[in-house]
Design a protein around this ligand. Structure first.
Ligand code: GLV
Length: 328
């Protein structure tokens, strides 16, 4: 029997098949989707969200006060297909009693795998090496050519030893890392024991690490945490990797540190803004590897994320416990 009242759901992008199918099967929802791989224009987003009961969005959609006002009083649930939620105006959402779903855990392995790939790509200078093969720069085997830095016997500093930070440490350990340092939240005792990681101040982490990996969430406390002062404390031979959010880093200061040899190299999966303009100074540097925010980009992970985001949304709309609800 057809339910009396359909709930309106707006989806801001074409999402993978499992999530789409879950929404399509929800007989109590009327689903409208921005059916494109490209971001929804703001005007369309405002039109689509007006009067909606549920919103399924991505990390690239800015859900601010104005959008919430446009959505109106119907809006009960926001489900983001991401683990990060710095694109959501949390204070406003909380005030309105809107429930929020997100997608932790299911992307941990894919993101940790990408972080390790980016670290190795950066420290062993793979983009430069590949370019030299193609452009004829490979004249012979040369003892001093394209040398980078290896992980054996190294100290790795992880900013944010949460789920993803730990998954990265677990993968890096077999490469012969000697010591892990970390800042951010204290791991539970069994986690600390697994990595024998030492909790240090951010400044100490900068000074002692051969590799710095940023995995923390973007919060007022971590915004621009990696700045001139931080890079000046790092070793000249150190490699910096960020898979968190671009705003954790002062990019002008990072450019300066890379261009002047204050640090050896950087690998970034996240930047400010995204996409990074193709004429950005960081893109002129050989010792900076930049990826287009692909941490969770495996077919399986993105499918699972879409299903979890759909299930969070549907459970929230039905007043049921969400599989992964953000506690506000
Ligand atoms: C990726 O950055 C995410 O927040 O899921």
């Amino acid at each position: 029997m057809r339910p009396v009242r359909l709930m309106k759901v707006f989806v801001t992008r074409r999402i993978p098949p499992e999530g789409r199918a879950a929404l399509a099967q929800a007989a109590d929802c009327e689903v409208e989707q921005w059916d494109s791989d490209e971001p929804i224009p703001r005007k369309e987003l405002e039109r689509g969200v007006a009067g909606a009961h549920g919103l399924l969005c991505l990390l690239s959609d800015c859900v601010d006060k104005k959008l919430l006002d446009t959505a109106g009083a119907n809006l009960k649930v926001i489900s983001t297909m991401s683990v990060g939620f710095d694109h959501l105006a949390m204070d406003e959402i909380k005030k309105r009693g809107i429930r929020v779903g997100y997608t932790p855990d299911v992307l941990t392995d894919a993101t940790a795998e990408l972080a390790v790939s980016l670290l190795l790509t950066t420290c062993r200078r793979l983009p430069e090496a590949i370019a030299e093969v193609k452009n004829g720069g490979w004249s012979s085997w040369k003892p001093l050519w394209l040398c980078g830095y290896g992980l054996t016997q190294s100290t790795v500093g992880i900013i944010g030893l949460g789920r993803i930070g730990q998954a990265i440490a677990r993968r890096l350990k077999p490469f012969g890392v000697q010591k892990f340092l970390y800042t951010g939240r204290q791991p539970r005792p069994q986690e600390a024991e697994e990595f024998q990681a030492e909790f240090v101040s951010t400044q100490e982490l900068a000074a002692k690490s051969d590799f710095v990996v940023v995995t923390c969430s973007l919060t007022p406390a971590t915004k621009l945490l990696c700045n001139k002062d931080f890079f000046q404390k790092m070793k000249k031979t150190a490699v910096f990797v960020n898979i968190s959010r671009g705003d954790v880093v002062n990019q002008d200061d990072l450019y300066e540190a890379l261009a002047t040899g204050q640090i050896a190299a950087a690998g970034l999966d996240v930047t400010t803004p995204e996409p990074l303009p193709t004429d950005h100074p960081l893109l002129t540097l050989k010792n900076c590897v930049i990826l287009p925010h692909i941490g969770s980009a495996t077919h399986g992970t993105r499918n699972t994320m879409s299903l979890l985001a759909a299930n969070n949304l549907l459970a929230g709309l039905r007043g049921e416990p969400m599989p992964k609800e953000l506690k506000l």
